[in-house]
Design a protein around this ligand. Structure first.
Ligand SMILES: NC(=O)C1=CN([C@@H]2O[C@H](COP(=O)(O)OP(=O)(O)OC[C@H]3O[C@@H](n4cnc5c(N)ncnc54)[C@H](OP(=O)(O)O)[C@@H]3O)[C@@H](O)[C@H]2O)C=CC1
Ligand SMILES: O=C(O)[C@@H]1CCC=N1
Length: 269
């Protein structure tokens, strides 16, 4: 019996694939212990080609798996859980990654089963996810330990109160998209200044990676690290001044808040 039993994915889209590949790269699971389902044949093929078992009925995932990831869009979570409710047993742990769908809504649809909410992000594909989880009333310490262990192999997983999960969604759930925009914009800037595209993109990505590492490894405040780059009357302050004119920091803050608000709206649908 594998450590986590069989892992099921209801919904085999982008995030399910990122998780499954990440868990497999982190040697937490083998694809032969994964069972997945999705209405889109092309998505089933992705999982089949990776070595997972694919089934055509959501109930079959529940019958075959012990840990079941609900990885459909938020508006379908209730429908999917009601569909499989009668097949859920004591051995099952349900892990929903859907933005905005609350533990109370999950319980209403699935019944009083062991529920965990996780908000991951796509960098789990490269072992660098920033994720947060919260536990439903029936989830056990073992469930918490299992989910933490799974997600810790693909990055970080912190336990938070459910009231913070929309803020987590706005920051780290959606955050990779903001960072990708930043990398694209840095590359475009480099191209505008005369660099070939491939060199610009490599420099932009490595600059973001190295800067993030300086924050995590030195523990210094980002403002202090910014000051270390910024020579008096130098080049950097000229660039920083342009960003401040464009309200860079408040725009990024507003992006996080807009995404968190959207997660709260999804809870009300
Ligand atoms: N993408 C991300 O970065 C993150 C996503 N999430 C959450 O993950 C969930 C999935 O998002 P994402 O992977 O991006 O979305 P995708 O659309 O890529 O994946 C969802 C998949 O579920 C399938 N699906 C739809 N209805 C059903 C059903 N009744 N039974 C089984 N499968 C079904 C969809 O098929 P079809 O296309 O045919 O409808 C689709 O392939 C969402 O709830 C999102 O909030 C959380 C964190 C990060
Ligand atoms: O865009 C979304 O709704 C999902 C949730 C967090 C990241 N992607």
């Amino acid at each position: 019996m594998p450590e986590f039993g069989k892992i099921g994915f209801i919904g085999a889209g982008q995030m399910a694939e990122a998780l499954a590949r990440g868990f497999s790269n982190g040697k937490m699971i083998k694809f032969e212990d994964v069972v997945a389902t999705d209405p889109t044949e092309a998505r089933m093929k992705v999982f089949k080609d990776l070595g997972a078992q694919t089934v055509t009925d959501n109930k079959q995932v529940v019958e075959k798996a012990d840990v079941i990831f609900i990885a459909v869009k938020p508006q379908y979570v209730g429908v999917v859980l009601k569909e499989v409710r009668s097949s859920l047993k004591d051995n099952h742990t349900i892990v929903s990654i859907a933005a905005g769908v609350t533990l109370a809504q999950l319980k209403e649809a699935a019944g009083d089963v062991r529920l965990v909410r996780v908000m991951p992000n796509t960098p789990c594909l490269v072992g660098e996810t920033a994720s947060a989880m919260c536990l439903g009333p029936k989830a056990t310490d073992k469930d918490a330990e299992m989910v933490r262990k799974l997600f810790s192999t693909v990055g970080q997983c912190i336990q938070v109160d459910e009231s913070l999960l929309s803020a987590v969604t706005g920051l780290s759930g959606s955050g990779p998209a903001y960072v990708f925009l930043m990398i694209e914009a840095l590359s475009d800037g480099g191209v505008r200044a005369g660099l070939p595209r491939d060199i610009a993109q490599a420099l932009a990505a490595q600059t973001v990676l190295g800067s993030a590492k300086m924050v995590t490894e030195t523990g210094k405040h980002p403002g202090q690290l910014k000051d270390m780059v910024t020579s008096p009357a130098g080049t950097t302050i000229a660039g920083v001044h342009e960003l401040e004119k464009g309200a860079f920091r408040s725009t990024v803050m507003n992006a996080v808040i807009a995404a968190a608000n959207r997660a709260n709206e999804l809870s009300k649908q």
